[in-house]
Design a protein around this ligand. Sequence first.
Ligand SMILES: [Zn+2]
Ligand SMILES: [Zn+2]
Length: 295
Amino acid sequence: MEISQPRIRSLMRQASRVEEAGKRAAAEQLYRQILDEAPETEEAWLGLARMAADPAAQEDAYERALELNPENKEAKVGLADMRGEPVPEAWRKQVEAAKAPEPETEAAPVMKKEVETAVPAADGHEEVYEFTCYRHPDRGTSLRCYNCHKPICASCTNKTSVGYICPDCKRELEDKFFNASAADYLIATLVSLPLSLMAGYLVWRLGGGFFFIFIMIFVGGAVGGLIGRLTKKAIGGRRGRYLPHLVVVMMILGVIVPGLPLLLSVAAGGVPLFAFITPGVYLFVACGSAFYWMK
Ligand SMILES: [Zn+2]
Ligand SMILES: [Zn+2]
C-alpha cells in the first residue's frame, strides 16, 4: 500500500526496526500511534497484528487489514492460523517472500536525519527510541513537543494542526488564547442581553409572512454579527472559552422574553405556529453569526 505522509512512512520504518529488535511492547505502541494518526495504514494493522499482546487485538487487527485490502495474504494466513483453519501453502510462501528486506526508497533521507539526531546508547548501539518522555521517564519515545521540543510519549501528546504539543504547552497556549476574565463575562452579558432583547422585540413585531422570513436570513446575520461585534468590542476583544455560548444564550433569551405572551397563548391554541417561523429563522441565523464573531 502507498503511504503518502512522510511522517507516517518514517514512523512505519521505525516500527519495523523496533519489531525486528524484538521489542514487542514498544513496537505495538508505535503501530498503535501510527494507526491513531492514519487508520488506513494497512501495513500498520499487520504490524499491530504481529506485535499485539492480546489475541483479540491481534485478530481484530488482521480483520482491519483485510477490510482495507480483502486480498491481503498475510492477514488471511494470520487469521486462519489463529482460528486453526487450513491455508494454501502458496499463500504462506507469498507472505514469506513479502517479508524479505525491502529496498531503500525515497523515504531514506527522512530516516537518515532521524538517525543522525538519535542519541547513541552507552554500548555504541543506537537506541530504538531516541528520547524518553519528560513526564514518564520510563517510557521511550521518538516524539517531541513542537513548541518546547521536550520529548513526550504518545499518551502525553495533544495533536494540533501544526504538530504534537505537550500538556504544559497546551495549557499555556490555552491560557494565552482564552484571556477573558470573569468581569468580561459580566460585561458581555450586560451588553448582549439588552441588544438581544431589542432585536427580539422587533422580530416579534414583524410577524410572519414570506417576505419577512426571506429578509430575516440576511437581517438575522447582520443583527447577530452586530451584537457579536459590539459585545466583543466592549470586552476589549478578549476571548473566553464560553463567551460565544454566553452570547448565544442571551440572544435566545432576547427572543423568548418578548415572545412569552405569544408563547403562552400558543399553549391555549390562540396563535398559529406559523408565527414562529420568522423568530426561528432570525435566531438560527443570528446566533450562528454572533457565535462566529465572539470566537
Ligand atoms: Zn511543550
Ligand atoms: Zn508521557
